[in-house]
Design a protein around this ligand. Structure first.
Ligand SMILES: Cc1ncc(COP(=O)(O)O)c(C=O)c1O
Length: 368
């Protein structure tokens, strides 16, 4: 039988199915008891005082920025090497995303690069814990304190990642996604975590049409609510998160100790970091391996792979249209990484022989 190893695969069991059945039978389907319980469990797990469940990770970022009062004329510094939602959430506010370059090894935003981009208009920094590797939260926290900026932690890819023992999303305002490829899923879904009572209150208000009491609306809000069906799935998934992450970490360790190919750089991890391997991202060295040819070879051998991300955000057509250029963005590391990165399967459904197969196929590769 031909082998096919997908790049991602959510783990869904009978427990999720029976939890969904219970919700359907309860008659309370949206923003009810299961949502409240999911918020409680999630905030406790992350170590944040509050959690606000929303319909997806994009609106988590949108609400977080709104709750911090980001608006027209403001600048928000973020990484160009991330999923588009991170930067788009800034555009939603009529504010300007300003890009700070990333570290070649961790792919994460560099605190020194953030410092260079601060102006009188800067109001916030959005760091992204990319691929499950936490960024240096204490360094960015210090910068934000010194310059009176809000820190948003885009933790969409980093459920239970840690930096110096502190979980992603427990320092700044955390924004999580539960999209199916993520370390835990609710189908679609998102969560904001916050230590601030006023940010939490604002997020809750905005999530539900600015409704302060039944049919009494004080501000322009939205329908960004989570359903109880999503929350019930999330509660089951949260119980397995630690086990899923341990499996991802073990799978990554196996790949890193078995893949040996000249010109292929394997992922690295900072000593202070707990990397939860949302993605296992390798980098091809210029002049040694052609990334796209290597990708075709893997695909032909049944190994799912993907490019996260083919373009730094300022190179996306939308951002070109807005006037961004490589020169104005000034992020040479991100420019150099985008054509060379490749994600390999690392998800918890992989079997030992899948991992061995991936390593064997890669080790046999010969550049034409
Ligand atoms: C880094 C990052 N930020 C934000 C998001 C947006 O989350 P969602 O797809 O749930 O809207 C994602 C998810 O794809 C992401 O990877």
């Amino acid at each position: 039988m031909e082998r096919h190893i997908p790049i991602a695969k959510p783990v869904i069991t009978g427990d999720e199915l029976s939890a969904i059945g219970n919700v359907l039978n309860s008659g309370m389907l949206a923003q009810g008891r299961a949502v409240e319980e999911f918020e409680r469990e999630f905030s406790g797990y992350i170590g944040a005082a509050n959690a606000i469940a929303v319909s997806n990770g994009t609106v988590a970022l949108d609400l977080a920025l709104k709750a911090h009062g980001i608006g027209q004329g403001d600048e928000v510094i973020t990484t160009p090497f991330t999923f588009i939602a991170t930067a788009n959430s800034v555009l939603y506010q009529g504010a300007k995303p300003v890009f700070a370059d990333v570290d070649e090894k961790t792919f994460n935003i560099r605190p020194e690069a953030v410092l260079e981009k601060i102006t009188g208009k800067t109001k916030a920094v959005i760091g992204v814990h990319l691929f499950g590797h936490p960024f240096d939260v204490p360094a960015l926290e210090d910068i934000c304190e010194d310059h009176d900026l809000f820190l948003i932690e885009d933790s969409a890819q980093a459920h239970s990642a840690e930096f110096r023992g502190k979980k992603a999303g427990s320092t700044g305002t955390g924004c999580f996604s539960f999209y199916p490829t993520k370390n835990i899923t609710t189908g679609e879904g998102g969560m904001i975590t916050s230590g601030s009572a006023s940010v939490t209150e604002q997020c809750r208000l905005l999530r539900n049409h600015g409704q302060s009491s039944k049919y009494y609306h004080t501000v322009l809000g939205y329908n960004y609510r989570m359903t109880d069906i999503q929350a019930a799935i999330g509660l089951v998934q949260l119980k397995s998160l630690e086990q899923f992450n341990r499996k991802r970490i073990r799978n990554a360790a196996f790949l890193s100790s078995h893949i040996r190919l000249d010109g292929l750089v394997l992922p690295s991890k900072e000593p202070d970091a707990r990397h939860v391997y949302h993605q296992y991202v390798v980098t091809t060295q210029k002049g040694c391996i052609d990334r796209d040819r290597f990708m075709k070879y893997l695909t032909a051998n049944g190994i799912g792979c993907a490019v996260h991300y083919p373009l730094p955000i300022y190179q996306q057509p939308l951002y070109r249209e807005l006037g961004y250029t490589n020169e104005s963005a000034g992020c040479p590391v991100a420019d150099g990484l985008a054509p060379r990165v490749l994600s390999l399967p690392v998800h918890p459904s992989l079997e030992p022989d899948d991992l061995q197969y991936i390593a064997d196929v890669i080790n046999r590769y010969e550049e034409a």
